[in-house]
Design a protein around this ligand. Structure first.
Ligand code: COA
Ligand code: AMP
Length: 660
């Protein structure tokens, strides 16, 4: 079957969802026909036990060929696959399917020359330039497993991912561009390799895409054997390479590892399969986004996040449409009209972004004056994810832009939306604050802390998904099946624990209210408070600490640190706060946006020593709070409130406005 976004095949959301539940094998096998298989799967699902399942176990395919070659072979090679728009450099590049296929094939050839074979890991640490997409698709072409690391992470975080994934090759760039500064990637890669230890890292090569706009750094490294690896210039190895053919992989072979924050400091490498993901994304593009050949989607995220993997790279290309890769911000690059400019210039049908981006635009342009400058007549819908959408901003954007605004809920682990409004089937009633209804394949329940199903209108609880997860859901955590079982399947037997809490209303619409664990969402970026605490305690003056996610009017949440000082240490609060803010930036990266430190005499705790994070957050956010009867000493709450007046808050770095 060819990719198509015709609505005619689906009658109603209810019918489609019920079919996916009553006969999942039949449903997904029929959806699998939208993918070009090398060996078409005869079996949809192998499910030997409650906690073990695999989709399309006997199918073989190549995902990169499905994303590129298939469309070229179908005579659509001249269609635009990728529009790379950089608000940072004022450039826009349009790449056809034929050109993208050729650039991917030859870069795959270059990786092959560096020894990369099927199953090897390749770490991609790049800014939002076409090379990032090419590197990902080149890995997929070889059956190698890519692991993309977001550019806002520092060397330590990069090292943790290198250590875990053990990549053979790292693909990086001479640098990224953030408002007012350049991001030098090479010293970060160098330092990360040193942290890992040259011998143990296993990285034999670093490939550097040298950006003309960020000059002067690649030359210091290429050709050298820095930090145990040989450093190569992208253009040089590509010039010497021949195109590589797509390598067949099994549907269950990993396509990528994507690290995400858990409750501990060590990130979890979410492993994605190949066949199930391709089938699921192909469904999503039609069923949820109503997207196909001839359509353009602008997903304003980063390839370092799951949103970027699914809806900048794989989803739109599998569907044969045009995807926009945007380097820039919603505001300040140069103004709050950037998104509307990109939508108008690319003729995009869909904008997908995080609520925080809309809040940023609203703060600077509440009347949406910039929007008036652009022709948005081709825009059909706006999709939001990454954090809870506040109803006020939802109304503002829906009324201001005049298209459906779909809040959809999903996670790195699921790879695609668990709940959404499936505009490709029918537009359901929209309710501000709700992520609408479960998508096919997802049987979403509310369970109590014992795992008992308490699903009923307006009953709040843990959001859990009945096993098995549908195609495209995570296979496991890289390197540890046990950690996968412990993290997701042990809490509520028979269910996947989402880590989110919420409720259904009387119409079966889901409201996702927040996390139940120590994960926070800062500007749509998922961070672990545990990992921030691990860094704070590395400072010799810190005796104890707690990091909590507090309300932030722009970013939804931001991390705030509370520390006690080691006995005998004399250091002014401002000095300690500045040191801790710098430490987090150095060890975790600027993405943590860590700016608030409060020095306290004691942390509020229960008698058993558990820090009362929820009570602390409620106090800081000015909410009604309850002090548990198990508190160690109730006087600590008054002390805590008094200490808040002394919080040191570093001002946010000022975004520099670029000239048009
Ligand atoms: N490489 C290096 N540094 C990066 C980076 C990257 N790819 N992305 C962000 N950073 C840095 C920023 O430069 C900033 O550094 P600073 O402290 O020196 O200013 C810091 O990380 C925090 O960045 P960010 O969270 O983006 O905040 P901001 O204040 O620069 O911008 C918004 C605020 C709301 C405009 C911005 O967060 C945004 O566009 N959010 C959209 C969210 C999104 O796309 N989420 C993806 C998941 S769906
Ligand atoms: P990530 O894995 O980075 O995509 O983050 C996933 C988490 O972001 C989810 O578990 C939620 O906590 C949050 N999230 C994502 N989308 C939404 C949404 N639409 N509404 C509320 N929270 C969301």
């Amino acid at each position: 079957m060819t990719a198509s976004n015709s609505k005619t095949q689906y009658t109603s959301y209810q019918e489609v969802w019920e079919r996916s539940q009553s006969d999942p094998a039949e449903f997904w096998l029929s959806e699998s026909e939208y993918i070009n298989w090398i060996t078409p799967p005869a079996t949809a699902l192998s499910h030997p036990s409650e906690t073990e399942w695999r989709w399309f176990p006997d199918g073989t395919l190549n995902v990169s060929a499905n994303a590129l070659d298939r469309h070229v072979d179908a005579g659509r090679g001249d269609a635009i696959a990728l529009i790379a728009d950089s608000a940072m450099t004022g450039t826009q590049e349009r790449v056809s399917y034929t050109e993208l296929r050729d650039r991917v094939a030859v870069f795959a050839g270059a990786l092959r020359d560096l020894g990369v074979v099927k199953g090897d890991r390749v770490l991609v640490y790049c800014p939002m330039t076409p090379e990032a997409v090419i590197a990902m698709l080149a890995c997929a072409r070889l059956g190698a497993i890519h692991s993309v690391v977001f550019g806002g992470f520092a060397a330590n975080e990069l090292a943790a991912r290198i250590d875990d994934a053990k990549p053979r090759v790292i693909v990086t760039s001479s640098g990224g561009l953030e408002p007012g500064r350049q991001v030098p990637y090479l010293p970060l890669v160098h330092r990360a390799l040193e942290i890992c230890g040259a011998e143990s890292s296993g990285v034999s090569a670093v490939v550097v895409a040298d950006r003309a706009h960020v000059p002067g750094t690649a030359a210091d490294f290429t050709g050298s054997a820095g930090a145990g690896a040989t450093w190569y210039d992208w253009d040089t190895i590509v010039a010497a390479a021949t195109p590589a053919d797509p390598v067949p992989v099994h549907a269950n072979d990993p396509l990528y590892i994507l690290y995400t924050s858990g409750t501990t400091g060590s990130p979890k490498g979410i492993v994605r399969d190949s066949g199930g993901y391709a089938v699921a994304l192909s469904w999503v593009m039609r069923g949820i986004y109503d997207f196909g050949p001839g359509d353009t989607i602008f997903t304003a995220s980063d390839v370092g996040w799951v949103v970027g993997h699914s809806f900048i790279v794989y989803g739109p290309l599998l569907a044969g449409g045009t995807t926009v890769l945007y380097e820039g911000k919603p505001v300040g690059t140069p103004d709050p009209g950037s998104f509307w400019r990109v939508l108008a210039e690319t003729g995009a049908k869909i904008l997908s972004t995080a609520p925080t981006a809309l809040r940023a635009i609203r703060r600077e342009d509440p009347e949406l004056r910039e929007r008036e400058k652009y022709d948005l007549s081709r825009l059909r819908a706006i999709y939001l994810a990454g954090e809870r959408m506040d109803p006020e901003t939802w109304h503002w954007v829906r009324d201001g832009i005049g298209v459906p605004v779909v809040d959809h809920w999903w996670q790195t682990e699921t790879g695609w939306p668990i709940c959404a409004n499936p505009l490709g089937i029918e537009e359901l009633t929209v309710k501000a604050g709700s992520t609408t209804v479960p998508m096919p394949g997802f049987d979403v329940r509310i369970v109590d802390s014992a795992g008992v199903d308490i699903t009923a209108p307006d009953v709040e609880g843990n959001i859990a998904i009945k096993l098995p997860l549908p195609p495209g859901g995570m296979l496991e955590i890289w390197g540890s099946r046990q950690r996968f079982l412990d993290s997701y399947l042990a809490a509520f037997p028979g269910y996947y624990a989402s880590g989110d809490a919420g409720h259904f209303d009387e119409d079966g619409h889901l409201f996702v209210m927040g996390r139940t664990d120590d994960v926070i969402n800062v500007a749509g970026h998922r961070l672990s408070t545990g990992s921030l605490e691990e860094v704070l305690t590395q400072h010799p003056a810190v005796a104890e600490c707690a990091v909590i996610g507090i309300h932030d009017p722009l970013k939804g949440q931001r991390a705030a640190g509370f520390v006690t000082v080691s006995r005998g240490t004399r250091i002014p609060n401002e000095e300690l706060a500045a040191a801790l803010i710098a430490l987090i930036r150095d060890r975790v990266g600027p993405v943590a946006s860590f700016r608030d430190v409060t020095v306290v005499n004691r942390l509020p705790k229960t008698r058993s020593g558990k820090i009362l994070r929820k009570t602390m957050r409620q106090i800081v956010d000015g909410e009604a709070y309850t002090v548990p009867a198990t508190i160690e000493d109730s006087g600590v709450i008054d002390e805590f409130i008094a200490a808040l007046a002394q919080t040191v808050s570093a001002p946010p770095t000022r975004a520099v406005t670029l000239p048009r």
